[in-house]
Design a protein around this ligand. Structure first.
Ligand code: C2O
Ligand code: CU
Length: 517
């Protein structure tokens, strides 16, 4: 019943020759997430807004943001004090902002232990982003160690868009016809408050406890439950961002008049920017997916173009989440947002070009090191399942230490029964392959025997910072490490990330000369 809110664009506080400077303050406030008539919800947000205001950046034009913490001392949700960094003596409410997808120095990256509180004398951090990267849909969110899942769930997330002249010249749908869709699942109490489950299925677990995976029953898009957007019969560009804690979505566009069909559309970009050319997606043949589909796991982005020109005013098309059979679901989460077709306000002069822009490719001949990183599951001391990377915990010594200005291949080897969306800070990587392998043979011998064909669809063949690693697969990525210092990589299921499925890595001096790859 509610129109889709579009987050306001953050206004700079000042513009110097060096950088546009912004300020964003985190506070607790009430916002109407549910339709009028339901209670307002207590949330956390930047600049009294959930999602936070969007930051609009241009390539190579630096941005500085002063992120200020004015949150209360008590968290909105119960804290599991057995998690790393969440011990009883730590402040409950600690924050540090990470710009997801940013190519930036480690001191501005939001290292999970660089948190601060509202009652510290320095209750803020000023982070500089150079934006020396491909134009893309980034998003910022909290990343405090041990509390990321709860801080993001409370509302600490917003969008950040990088553009440049080359992309502008493509004349893709823009202005009112370019719309961000930040999708998040939530659970509400009868009083309209956000609820985060804190009782583990494992009897020996403490209470409150982290849970293996959060799944909500209510969909928010841009902070509103199941909204609608009025669209003209023309092309639209949607920047889809999955800001959910754990839930993946597979997107379909279903005309209400023909509920068994789906409207094909195009994917034009991924996490790290535009694809070489638009990829046709979302086709169904006899009710079955045919060809590439758009799946967004947590933190993944899909830049899509949808053409509504075959519809007439009064038609309704629903963006649905279908085909996620391997994830706990209720029917309610199969509905995302409704598009209601209205009169056209003028001709559509935008284009969907046959070629977008060449994806900058990394040179495999320059790879100096290949690393195997296992995704493992063990039990913690309370017998809860605990997922690890390379069988190591957050506090264990660094094992991934690429040399500065070198290119590496990382193999994510998933030995667990679950899929995990893997994210690496600092870099945008390319996915080289995704294949099934014999897990049992690997566990016994350490040798990888592939058991299936390549499973990499063309719409994942761009620069990315996220990759889905389904159970029983090895995913091979290639990345170039060009800023020294300590960063992190982790599973973007936030409950996993807070419970040891996150590792530091360090780019160490001593590599080759800086060279643009
Ligand atoms: Cu979206 Cu390390 O985070
Ligand atoms: Cu995981």
């Amino acid at each position: 019943v509610d129109p889709l809110p579009i987050p306001a664009v953050l206004k700079p506080k000042g513009n110097s020759v060096n950088a546009a400077s912004y300020q964003a303050t985190m506070t607790e406030f009430q916002q109407q997430l549910l339709p009028a008539g339901f209670p307002a919800t207590t949330v956390w947000g930047y600049e009294r807004s959930f999602p936070g205001p969007t930051i609009e950046a241009r390539r190579d034009k630096p941005v500085a943001v002063k992120w200020i913490n004015e949150l209360p001392q008590q968290h909105l949700f119960p804290i599991d004090t057995t998690l790393h960094g969440s011990e009883p003596w730590q402040p409950q409410v600690r924050t540090v902002v990470h710009l997801h997808g940013a190519h930036t120095k480690p001191q501005f990256d939001g290292y999970p232990e660089d948190w601060y509180t509202s009652n510290q004398r320095k209750n803020f951090a000023v982070f500089n982003y150079k934006n020396d990267q491909e134009p893309a849909s980034l998003w910022y969110h909290d990343h405090a160690v041990g509390n990321t899942r709860l801080n993001v769930y409370a509302g600490l997330a917003g969008l950040y868009t990088i553009r440049d002249d080359v992309e502008d010249a493509l004349n893709l749908p823009s202005g009112a016809y370019e719309v961000p869709l930040l999708i998040q699942d939530r659970i509400f109490t009868g009083e309209g408050d956000l609820f985060y489950p804190y009782v583990s299925d494992v009897e020996t677990a403490p209470c409150p406890s982290v849970i293996p995976v959060f799944v909500g029953d209510t969909i928010l898009v841009n902070g509103k439950s199941w909204p609608y957007l009025e669209v003209e019969p023309r092309k639209y560009r949607f920047r889809v961002v999955n800001g959910s804690n754990s839930r993946p979505y597979r997107l379909r566009l279903v005309p209400d008049a023909a509920p068994d069909t789906s409207l094909p559309f195009h994917q034009i970009g991924t996490d790290g920017g535009l694809l070489d050319k638009p990829v046709p997606v979302g086709k169904l043949v006899d009710g079955e997916p045919a060809g590439p589909q758009v799946t967004v796991a947590p933190a993944e982005r899909a830049d899509i173009v949808v053409d509504f020109s075959s519809f007439t005013p009064g038609d309704v098309i629903t963006m649905r989440n279908l085909g996620i059979t391997d994830f706990p679901s209720t029917e309610t989460v199969t509905f995302l947002i409704q598009f209601r077709v209205v009169e056209s306000s003028g001709p559509d002069t935008s284009v969907l070009p046959a070629a977008l822009r060449p994806v900058p490719r990394l040179d495999q001949a320059r790879v100096v090191k290949e690393r195997n990183i296992t995704l493992d599951v063990v039990q913690d001391e309370y017998l809860r399942p605990k997922f690890l990377l390379g069988n190591a915990r957050w506090m264990d010594p660094i094992t991934e230490d690429p040399r500065l200005n070198t290119t590496e291949i990382w193999n994510f080897i998933n030995t667990t029964p679950n899929g995990h969306p893997m994210h690496v800070h600092l870099v945008t990587f390319e996915v080289l392959s995704r294949r099934n392998f014999d897990v049992e043979h690997f566990n016994n011998t350490g040798e990888i025997i592939f058991t299936g064909p390549e499973r990499l669809p063309p719409n994942e063949n761009g620069r990315r910072d996220m990759v889905r690693v389904p159970p029983g697969t090895v995913v091979k990525i290639i990345a170039h490490f060009d800023i020294p210092g300590r960063f992190v990589y982790h599973c973007h299921f936030l409950d996993h990330e807070d419970h040891e499925m996150m590792r530091p890595f360090e780019v160490v001096p001593g590599g080759g000369k800086s060279a643009k790859s």
